[in-house]
Design a protein. Structure first.
Lengths: 541, 279, 219
């Protein structure tokens, strides 16, 4: 019996003991946040650090806030402070930026699809960065994005869609950055706005003034535009007048601003982080993996082609016609016209066109017919010259190479088009090749070519121009056929091997697309969110 | 039969003549056909309309005189909308033939606004950054350090202290960008600009290239698309300032109809002659 | 030695620079950015020198044409006259204009640009409209079921894109949008993916020196 009473007593005491922390506290407050959360995210433990930075912590410190004198009107417990605040280094950057993120709150600004903004300005939130710079949240709200809007930094994760983030830049690598969140007390809002606007106004006028002075100095140096000089002088006079009419000096505005800054309410949590940079961008991991796998598959097929050179490749009628076209040119005693596209060497389509040029030039040299290669880019011209020259040498006809056969016309798109059209109409080539990338001039060239009655073979990956070439040319290499052409023409087993590798890559992509479509459709039909991460992962690929 | 055979061998020049008349007549006597706004144009208008005054819009006019009749009205319509909403406009081009067109567009639009009593100030309301050679390098440079890439505007005024570029150090911080393109620059801005720096991007392009950008629209890499004169005309109507593009739509309508009729009749002729020839 | 400079060295350079740029893509460090900026400057400088080669090539080509009295050599004279007129006017305009830029309004160069270049180039582009009509008339035939489908799609899109089409039948724009957004886009995506893979494969072939046709082919 006594034992029972003792146990009962112990239970009651234990229960009371668990209540002691509550008794010791302000009855209105919630339990205090984890200290780590208050210290916020340093370089370690970023993931959970912000979770506890809650209102409770803020309330505890009300009395120690640097705004004691105005506390009677302002109650920080009324402040809707964003939750789960995390300050962290902006990942995958060059180490000059940090990011602040928090849970999307009902009062937050969200720009909806229709361009309508939700949210309201409950408070003028402010950010105190490294103890000095103040950034206002209510004003930058429109620039605030959801974390899911920037997968290049944050990757793909479901909860990113419910977190907003802000970017702060201009730091050094490995710099410690501190950030404190604050609020403009309602009674100070007017003074705060005035101080801010006054400073901004005088700074803006001053900046304009400095700019005008700089331009004036430049004009005076050039000594060519007396009218502009007097104009600038008048503008400067006007600016200085407006600065004077403000009725305060930049220093006064600065003091007023610093004064009001010191009166604002700051929550005591200091969020800290250190800017970092790195040697690998993890967001690009899947890209790298795919690149590696694809590269390995291609190299494997190439090595296999070395052993077994009899690879099958389907017939490409446009390329079968190359011999016919060159043969016809020889019979007619007319040259062939070859264009390598409108883009520079930086475009792979141009390189593909040059590869085909090498093969075509070899055949032309063998048949001893003529060749005209007008170029739009001087660098491409130089490479084309070398290619044709080498091809002639390889065909054993170096003496037949005419250095005027490859020449530069102009970089201007339609002057080039006019010029090439002129060549077509005057020289009446027996065959015309349009290889590489083209723009709106495609039909102008192809239609003029068709008027001359030439055999026309086009090859482009310019999607918009494909229909025009298909309509006006005899044969068209569509997209990847352009890239396969040099392998096809040269019958070089190593090049053919890489085509096989490409097919495997394509099969993989087809499987991914099919799988992705299926997953998303299933997720939608059965309303299952679990498929989302697969979808996101595939998107990232 | 004879007629259809002759029709198939119709001289190209007759077709050219019909097309020429189809352009000239509606320009002289407009029909004023009503027009529907396509969603991809509406979205560009809505996005720009929702920007706060003072927001910065980057307008890349990457074309030259050749495509000017189609694209210049588009650039001007965007400029008018921006100035009306008190947005700040930064204009540049990656095409060597483009700078004079920027000057022409800015001059004529600011003259229109001056006539309405609103004076636009160069360096404060807009800046003409002119032509910069280097293509992709310029886009990447603008993302790294904008004022280092464009130390001066087109006429040599320093950008470092220019109010319109105040606090803007990278295209990353742009509120919006519209790329008006005649060539592959649109792909560059998507791949190197939007992908790297994440600003909202809309594309305006010639009608022949428009179909090429639908995949990007669908993947949300671009927010909207203005295709050819039609895109410009729709935008002009949305801003309530009909201009040259709207006027050109009648001509375009008629020419489209001519082409459609040419195809239909040529095919009737083809089938008729084929049947008779086979019989 | 000669083959080293003609074959091995270019391949080695292509490999080193290609790999540097490839690796750079995955590295966010500031050094990666510096390397990239440096490379870009080189590209601009090389392109600048190549422009000189281009101009020399053009002048040389036409000079030979004139010298050999080849057919149509009169046009070569036109080229020379146009080239030097534009060059001289540009230089003079630049030196007398207020900003030092020949593009400034009011200079001779600007005048020639607006009154010669603009109309000539616009004319070239405008010819497209005529060529589209004649090409469509000449080549768009319902030869087989595929061509017929293409033909119908073309007609629907053309009518759907202009107000007149809307006036004829209100559903043309909807059909045209659907063709563009669904059929056109899926087709384009297919081609785009194939092209992308081909480009990666070709880049690899060039990087590893397997593809050398651009150097004149062969080993």
């Amino acid at each position: 019996m006594n034992r029972k009473a003792l146990i009962l007593l112990l239970v009651i005491l234990g229960f009371l003991f668990t209540l002691t922390p509550l008794l010791a506290q302000d009855p209105d407050a919630e339990p205090p946040g984890d200290e780590q959360g208050v210290e916020a995210s340093g370089s370690e433990g970023e993931a959970d650090s912000g979770n506890e930075a809650d209102e409770g912590g803020a309330l505890d410190e009300t009395e120690s806030a640097p705004v004691d004198e105005i506390a009677p009107v302002f109650d920080p417990s009324d402040v809707h402070i964003p939750e789960n605040i995390i300050l962290e280094d902006l990942p995958m950057d060059k180490g000059n930026a940090v990011a602040l993120s928090w849970d999307l709150a009902p009062f937050d600004f969200v720009v909806e699809k229709e361009g309508v903004k939700n949210g309201e300005i409950l408070h003028h939130y402010i950010f105190l960065i490294n103890g000095s710079d103040i950034i206002e949240y209510s004003n930058v709200a429109k620039a605030v994005k959801l974390m899911s809007d920037s997968p290049q930094f944050w990757g793909f994760d479901d909860n990113l869609a419910s977190r907003k983030w802000l970017l702060f830049e201009g730091f050094e690598v490995n710099e410690e950055v501190t950030l404190q969140i604050g609020v403009v007390q309602p009674e100070l809002e007017e003074a705060f706005g005035a101080a801010r606007d006054n400073l901004a106004a005088i700074n803006k006028l001053n900046a304009e003034n400095v700019n005008k002075h700089q331009n004036l100095a430049l004009e005076k140096m050039r000594r060519k535009r007396p009218t502009k000089i007097s104009e600038l002088e008048a503008e400067i006079a006007g600016l200085e007048e407006s600065i004077a009419s403000l009725g305060y000096t930049p220093e006064e505005a600065e003091t007023e601003w610093n004064d009001i800054k010191s009166k604002l309410f700051y929550f005591p949590q200091v969020h800290k982080t250190v800017t970092k940079t790195g040697w690998f961008n993890p967001v690009k991991t899947n890209n790298l993996i795919f690149g590696f796998l694809f590269g390995a598959v291609i190299l494997w097929f190439i090595s296999r082609a070395r052993k077994d050179p009899n690879l099958f490749i389907r017939r490409i009628s446009g390329l079968e016609a190359v011999d016919e076209a060159i043969g016809r040119a020889t019979e007619m005693g007319k040259p062939i016209l070859y264009l390598t596209g409108m883009t520079t060497l930086a475009d792979l389509a141009t390189l593909a066109a040059i590869n085909i040029l090498g093969e075509v030039a070899k055949k032309v040299a063998e048949y001893e017919s003529g060749m005209i290669v007008p170029c739009r880019d001087p660098v491409v011209m130089t490479v084309n010259q070398e290619t044709v020259k080498e091809a002639y040498t390889e065909a054993g006809r170096p003496d037949h190479y005419n250095e005027d056969s490859v020449f530069f016309l102009t970089e201007d798109q339609f002057s080039y088009t006019a010029s090439v059209s002129g060549i077509m109409l005057r020289d009446k080539p027996a065959a015309i090749f349009f290889m590489g990338y083209y723009y709106a001039e495609s039909l102008l060239l192809a239609e003029t070519g068709s008027m001359t009655g030439a055999i026309q073979i086009a090859g482009t990956d310019s999607l918009a121009q494909l229909p025009f070439f298909i309509t006006a040319c005899d044969y068209t290499l569509i997209g990847e056929e352009l890239y396969a052409a040099s392998a096809y023409l040269s019958r070089e087993p190593l090049l053919l091997g890489s085509l096989k590798g490409q097919d495997v890559g394509k099969l993989f992509l087809m499987a991914v697309i099919l799988f992705g479509t299926l997953i998303v459709s299933l997720g939608t039909w059965f309303n299952v969110d679990g498929f989302d991460f697969i979808q996101h992962y595939l998107t990232a690929l | 039969m004879k007629f259809w055979k002759a029709f198939l061998k119709l001289d190209r020049r007759i077709i050219y003549l019909v097309v020429a008349l189809g352009v000239i007549i509606p320009l002289l006597w407009p029909m004023g056909l009503p027009m529907r706004t396509s969603p991809e144009v509406q979205v560009v208008y809505d996005d720009i309309d929702a920007l706060e005054p003072g927001s910065r819009v980057w307008l890349a006019m990457d074309y030259d005189p050749a495509s000017q009749p189609e694209l210049q009205p588009m650039s001007k319509a965007i400029m008018r909308h921006c100035f009306e909403k008190n947005l700040r406009v930064l204009v540049m081009t990656l095409w060597p033939g483009g700078p004079n067109l920027i000057v022409e567009a800015l001059d004529s639009v600011s003259a229109e606004f001056a006539a309405e009593g609103k004076n636009l100030i160069e360096g404060t309301d807009y800046v003409n950054l002119g032509y910069k050679p280097g293509g992709v390098a310029v886009i990447l440079g603008s993302g790294q350090d904008l004022k280092d890439t464009f130390p001066t505007d087109m006429f040599g005024a320093a950008t470092a202290t220019m109010p319109v570029l105040e606090d803007l150090n990278s295209i990353k911080d742009l509120d919006y960008m519209v790329e008006i393109a005649a060539g592959s620059t649109a792909d560059w801005w998507i791949v190197y600009g939007q992908k790297n720096y994440g600003f909202p991007l809309a594309i305006g392009c010639t009608a022949v290239s428009a179909s090429q950008y639908y995949p990007y629209l669908n993947s949300k890499q671009i927010t909207g698309l203005l295709g050819g004169l039609r895109g410009a005309a729709e935008y002009e109507l949305l801003t309530g300032r009909p201009g040259i593009a709207t006027a050109g739509m009648d001509a375009q309508s008629v020419v489209h109809l001519i082409v459609v009729l040419a195809i239909i009749f040529a095919n009737i002729a083809y089938i008729v002659t084929l049947r008779k020839g086979g019989a | 030695m000669a083959t080293f400079f003609r074959k091995q060295l270019p391949i080695l350079l292509a490999f080193v620079f290609g790999m540097t740029m490839l690796i750079r893509y995955y590295v966010p460090h500031p050094i990666s950015e510096q390397i990239y900026n440096e490379f870009i400057k080189w590209v601009i400088i090389i392109a600048g020198f190549a422009a000189i080669l281009g101009i020399l090539s053009l002048l040389h080509y036409h000079w030979n044409k004139i010298k050999r009295r080849q057919p149509g050599y009169g046009f070569s004279f036109v080229t020379y006259i146009a080239f030097f007129t534009m060059l001289v006017v540009g230089l003079i305009s630049g030196s007398i204009s207020e900003t030092g830029s020949p593009l400034e309004a009011g200079t001779g160069f600007h005048w020639m640009y607006i009154n010669l270049m603009v109309p000539m180039q616009s004319t070239m582009f405008a010819i497209l409209g005529f060529f589209v009509a004649s090409a469509a008339f000449r080549a768009f035939r319902a030869r087989n079921p595929e061509a017929t489908l293409l033909l119908i799609a073309a007609i629907l899109v053309m009518l759907g894109r202009v107000p007149l089409g809307e006036a004829i039948w209100g559903s043309f724009p909807t059909i045209s949008d659907w063709i563009l957004n669904v059929l056109n886009m899926s087709g384009q995506r297919g081609i785009l993916l194939g092209v992308g893979l081909s480009q990666i494969a070709m880049a690899l072939r060039i990087l590893f020196g397997i593809e050398r046709t651009y150097m004149g082919g062969g080993d």
